[in-house]
Design a protein around this ligand. Structure first.
Ligand SMILES: [Zn+2]
Length: 270
């Protein structure tokens, strides 16, 4: 097996490109036999055909799901039927994706054996509550779903997104010894430690900007967004205000900010 997992990791990109999915959801096939599939992707026949062709006649140990969002999980029921393979997911993700209870229910520390060694399950809440990442220690690889993307940043917005949980997740992932990250969207990341620090710094910087905007008199997510994101395409206002709201939720929970009837205020000396 190659050190980086190269050669034993095949990627099939789904035909669902978009602002949040980048060039499309990435379905990973890990070998050697018995193989694992990570994130079946959307329920598109062409995509599932391509995953089947990539697998050929090899035995599949499990079809694994990082989280229930349709662009990662909607093709799951069809794929496990086609492959006659067991489903590995958290019970919560299976339920939210309207799947049967998983054959291999995942929790923190669960492991999945396959021909290339084993995957360890890491709970990674933040993007949504029941998100998991898969760590492949033998290849020093991490499959991150929507926690880390190959380009840009991940969507963290209420009601599902939890910024405090997300930043703790990033801190925990930064402790892993990694040589490569395989994201759910966008190209693989060859400098995982740098990327994780960049992601953390980006959120810390945003948090400082939100506090600065509050100090300057902004009180609503839209006023804060206008100060923090200058020259933003109006089509992205909703996404940006969702991110601001997630930062505000964290700051309120930590006692730095309070929510009042007419907006958010910094907690400080009276
Ligand atoms: Zn997602």
């Amino acid at each position: 097996m190659a050190e980086s997992g190269g050669g034993w990791v095949k990627v099939v990109v789904a035909g669902n490109p978009g602002p949040l999915t980048l060039d499309g959801t990435r379905t990973y096939v890990l070998g050697p036999e018995p193989c694992l599939v990570i994130d079946p992707g959307p329920d598109l026949a062409d995509h599932l055909d391509a995953v089947e062709v990539t697998l050929g006649t090899v035995q599949v140990a499990a079809v694994c799901v990082t989280h229930y969002h349709a662009d990662h999980a909607a093709g799951t029921a069809d794929l496990i039927l086609r492959l006659a393979a067991p489903l590995a997911a958290t019970p919560q993700s299976a339920e939210r994706a309207a799947l049967d209870p998983p054959d291999l229910p995942l929790a923190a520390g669960s492991t999945l054996d396959f021909g290339g060694g084993h995957l360890e399950v890491i709970l990674t809440p933040g993007h949504c509550a029941d998100h998991v990442c898969f760590h492949w220690p033998q290849a020093r690889a991490l499959f991150t779903g929507d926690v880390i993307l190959g380009e840009g940043t991940s969507m963290i917005a209420p009601p599902e997104g939890d910024m405090a949980a997300y930043m703790s997740t990033l801190e925990r992932l930064a402790e892993l010894d990694l040589s490569i990250i395989y994201p759910g969207h966008g190209p693989e990341i060859d400098e995982p430690a740098e990327k994780l620090i960049e992601y953390l710094e980006h959120r810390r910087e945003r948090e400082r900007q939100v506090l600065d905007a509050l100090a300057a008199g902004a009180t609503t997510p839209s006023e804060i967004r206008a100060r923090v994101y200058e020259d933003l395409d109006p089509r992205l206002f909703g996404a940006a205000e969702g991110s601001v709201a997630a930062h505000l939720g964290k700051l309120v929970a930590e006692g730095h900010v309070r929510a009042t009837e007419d907006g958010y205020r910094m907690v400080g000396p009276a």
